[in-house]
Design a protein around this ligand. Structure first.
Ligand code: HEM
Length: 126
């Protein structure tokens, strides 16, 4: 087990997470069928997103909440979907990494997911 400490580590982690996501029965369809994600574009954004959060690199420029609203309009993003997202993220981390940054990656994802779930739910009530 190693520490999560380089851009390469983040790339490995994110790749391992999405290899689970695309096969997943609970959330895979959001990526495969609804957003029809262009992985060559999406993956580098996710590497930069996590690099910015964990290492303060500020390499990610974007609005992570905004991209989820149109998806939420097509298919409600519900608590069960966030729970599954978090479970896959946590598993991907715990299978490969230990230490402070690994813990932080879990902690931050839980906070962002909580906020996102709240915002998606609110948007559906408007
Ligand atoms: C039910 C849970 C979630 C689903 C189904 C989901 C789905 C998606 C999809 C389909 C995209 C790609 C949009 C596209 O490129 O066309 C995306 C982008 C993204 N997601 Fe999520 N997401 C979820 C939760 C989260 C959480 C919890 C985070 C953060 C911890 C997150 C962070 C991001 C970021 C940073 C992007 C890229 C935004 C950009 O293009 O700048 N997502 N998500």
């Amino acid at each position: 087990m190693k520490k999560l400490e380089s851009r390469q580590d983040i790339e490995n982690l994110v790749n391992s997470f999405y290899s689970k996501v695309v096969k997943d029965e609970v959330i895979g369809f959001f990526f495969n069928d609804i957003a029809k994600v262009d992985w060559d574009k999406h993956l580098p954004k996710m590497y930069s997103f996590w690099e910015s959060i964990l290492f303060g690199q500020m390499s990610y420029k974007g609005n992570p909440m905004a991209v989820h609203f149109p998806i939420n309009e097509i298919q409600a993003m519900e608590q069960k979907h966030f729970d599954r997202w978090l479970e896959l993220w946590k598993t991907s981390i715990e299978e490969n990494f230990v230490g402070e940054n690994a813990d932080m990656a879990i902690y931050k994802s839980e906070n962002i997911a909580r906020l996102m779930a709240y915002k998606m739910d609110l948007a559906r009530r408007l």
